[in-house]
Ligand binder design. Structure first.
Ligand code: PMP
Length: 427
């Protein structure tokens, strides 16, 4: 598979080799690297991508959820072009930022006040600092295998560049263990930072009882409950929190909400966020040159109010639910040790016998098993690429708004073919 891939993609290979001269491994964003070298893109239209060698792919990566709108939505392009032609680095408030804030507060009622920044990483940074200031406490609970940004990574691999904050690591969906840990550290905890569906850890839906426990413990102990909805805010018209029916104290956002441009936001309860009010004598400062950058704000307003309407959110997530069911049926028909987890338009394939409920289920710690899973994911990824379907090496899929049933059927057929031809290896 690897030799075939190398032969089919000479331009991407040449680009990777040239890039290695000036960037370590030819890379400036670790998640976009895979072996033997990543495809490089010349452009995209709708849900199609074209690579440097001229091949076309159906884009099931969706830029790790930031590509919700697809690559050429006319409403978004129009809004950004208009903003561009009106002038983009104005050095003052612009007409779009309050519109975007209003649209976000309307869609996610637990966000009474919101502020913008440039990435999901920054959003989490500011939310954590808000919680620390407002509680006068230091410790932050996060969860094993969680990813909250480039300086907030709690998986088992690599050498994370995490900020030296005072972390306590709970276990996702392990309610009793985590409750015990909160009881132990409760008086020192400023915040619990959690995704209502763990995304990078493998699209693992939260057990409702687990989230309810977190909500109750945080309320009881004066801990700020922060939902990281950077990935999950697309899962219903009101975010994943509306789906699970639990209100966090603060929420962090990012990805598609800037219309496809750099974006982050943090917000929540008025009595926490109003401390940023510059008219107050005790106000907290929050700076960032591009916090209200015109293009992200304009693209964000157009996207949220005209393109990703509540009806479209419902449609896309229903399509995702249908796709996950169909893929799991294909896996069962082949009796393959393959589970597809997720919620709505986000999903992840796991080559394990299952069930997959916790990060430990999805990431076996035994090195031989882990190695085998890695090899299968690689083979699957390269076979899917050969079939014209692009997704993440780790088996992650994010649907974009241009997706329709025939696209899902193409993915389903390609998985069926993979399991038919590679079945012996998979089992
Ligand atoms: N939180 C979550 C849950 C994420 O998935 C990501 C990005 N994958 C981030 C935070 C960081 O966002 P950004 O890449 O915009 O810094």
């Amino acid at each position: 598979a690897e030799a075939r891939y190398g032969a089919a993609n000479p331009q991407s290979k040449a680009r990777a080799q040239a890039a290695s001269q000036v960037m370590p491994g030819g890379n400036t964003r670790t998640v976009l690297h895979y072996t033997p070298f990543p495809l490089a893109w010349s452009g995209g239209k709708g849900n199609r991508l074209t690579d440097l060698d001229g091949h076309e792919y159906l884009d099931f990566l969706g830029e790790y959820t930031a590509g919700l709108y697809g690559h050429s939505d006319p409403v978004i392009q129009g809004a950004i072009s208009k903003a561009l032609s009106d002038g983009i680095v104005l050095g003052g408030p612009n007409r779009y930022e309050a519109q975007l804030a209003e649209a976000i507060c309307q869609r996610i009622p637990s966000i009474e006040l919101v502020r913008f920044c440039n990435s999901g990483t920054e959003a989490n940074l500011f939310a954590i600092q808000t919680a620390r200031i407002m509680t006068g406490r230091d410790k932050i609970m996060v969860f094993e295998f969680a990813y909250h940004g480039g300086v907030f990574y709690f998986g088992s691999h690599g050498n994370p560049l995490n900020l030296p904050l005072n972390w306590v690591k709970g276990r996702y969906n392990e309610t009793d263990y985590t409750q015990g840990l909160i009881a132990e550290h409760g008086a020192e905890l400023a915040a619990v930072l959690v995704e209502p569906m763990q995304g990078s850890a493998g699209c693992l839906p939260a057990d409702p009882a687990f989230l309810r426990m977190l909500r109750e413990e945080c309320t009881k102990r004066g801990i700020v409950l922060i939902f990281d909805e950077v990935m999950t805010s697309r899962l219903s018209p009101g975010g994943c929190q509306a789906l699970v029916g639990i209100k966090p104290d603060m929420t962090t956002l990012g990805k598609y909400l800037g219309g496809g441009l750099s974006f982050g936001a943090f917000g929540g309860r008025r009595n926490l966020m109003e401390r940023f009010d510059p008219y107050r004598s005790d106000s907290i400062g929050h700076a960032g040159t591009f916090n209200n950058n015109v293009c992200s704000m304009a693209g964000g307003v157009a996207g949220l109010t005209q393109v990703f309407t509540p009806a479209e959110a419902v449609r896309l997530n229903a399509l995702g639910d249908e796709m996950r069911n169909r893929l799991n049926k294909v896996a069962r028909r082949h009796e393959a040790p393959l589970q597809i987890t997720g919620v709505g338009s986000l999903m992840n394939l796991h080559f394990v016998k299952g069930p997959v409920r916790t990060p430990a289920d999805a990431h076996p710690s035994d090195p031989a098993t882990e190695n085998r899973m890695g090899e299968l994911l690689k083979l699957f990824h390269l076979d899917m690429i050969a079939a014209g379907i692009y997704l993440a090496r780790r088996g992650f899929v994010a649907l974009s708004l241009p997706m329709r049933e025939p696209d899902v059927a193409r993915f389903e057929a390609a998985l069926d073919e993979f399991l038919a031809t590679r079945g012996a290896l998979v089992r």
